[in-house]
Design a binder for this molecule. Structure first.
Ligand SMILES: [Zn+2]
Length: 256
């Protein structure tokens, strides 16, 4: 049974560490900083087997080369983004097998936040970088609203029990926006309470569960009447197309 733990980095990043307790081998996802990873490897007496990268942003990749100086391990990443250190370039539906963890992950291309952004899915877990957050989604730096909505729809088609390992602790702030978009959504109100309790203890709100995201994340709810109505009120128009609804709430969130 794998153990998954967050390594906190920078202000609000999580570098996810997957450990096989039986042999102490591990992999890291999106090591933006090497130092906190090296500290944990030493402290827990772990052997790094591979590095997985979701997209090129520095807060996800900045630690790769320093980690490689310590351990020459394979580095997996998106085929269409240029990232120093990545030597296994991945495309949609590629399979990554990490033997030391007996773990197979399937690659999903999910452009929107960046043009080549990928996610890794396997063992009921999704490592989705900056595409899906607790109650939110990533900003559109390189992709279009249409691409991002398509990517989020692809994620929403995974099994409902999928654990969502996002790369930032944004859930509380995202829920304040979600409650503004859907003031009468009781699931959002309940999640606000739950997240407040978790954050009081300084614990991560992640992983989330896909089912909960479908109930509380406005960006996965562009087809739901209450979200459509709020988007229409924002633009004073009769938007109906899910892409227009998505674009409206994404733009609204950018200045919230
Ligand atoms: Zn990013």
């Amino acid at each position: 049974m794998l153990k998954v733990m967050p390594i906190a980095a920078f202000k609000d990043n999580y570098i996810w560490l997957l450990v096989n307790p039986a042999n102490r081998h591990c992999i890291v996802v999106d090591p933006g900083d090497a130092e906190p990873v090296i500290d944990v490897l030493k402290k827990e007496n772990l052997i790094l087997s591979a590095i997985l990268i979701t997209h090129h942003h520095h807060d996800h990749t900045g630690g790769i080369l320093t980690l490689l100086e310590h351990d020459a391990v394979p580095v997996y990443g998106p085929a269409t983004e240029s990232i120093p250190g990545v030597d296994h370039k991945l495309r949609n539906d590629d399979l990554v097998f990490i033997q030391a963890l007996d773990l197979e992950l399937r690659v999903l291309e999910i452009p929107g936040h960046t043009a080549g952004h990928i996610a890794y899915y396997g063992a009921e877990m999704l490592f989705c970088g900056d595409t899906l957050f607790g109650a939110g989604c990533g900003r559109l730096f390189e992709g279009t609203a249409e691409e991002m909505l398509h990517s989020l729809t692809k994620i929403s088609e995974l099994p409902n029990n999928t654990l969502i390992y996002s790369a930032h602790e944004y859930t509380a702030a995202n829920l304040r926006f979600a409650a503004t978009v859907e003031p009468f959504n009781a699931d959002i109100q309940k999640r606000i309470q739950d997240v407040a309790t978790i954050r009081e203890k300084n614990l991560p709100t992640l992983p989330s569960v896909l089912q909960l995201e479908k109930l509380t994340n406005p960006f996965l709810r562009c087809h739901i009447d209450s979200v459509v109505k709020s988007a229409q009120e924002q633009t004073h128009s009769q938007l109906m197309n899910p892409v227009d609804i998505f674009r409206t709430i994404r733009t609204w969130k950018d200045t919230f």
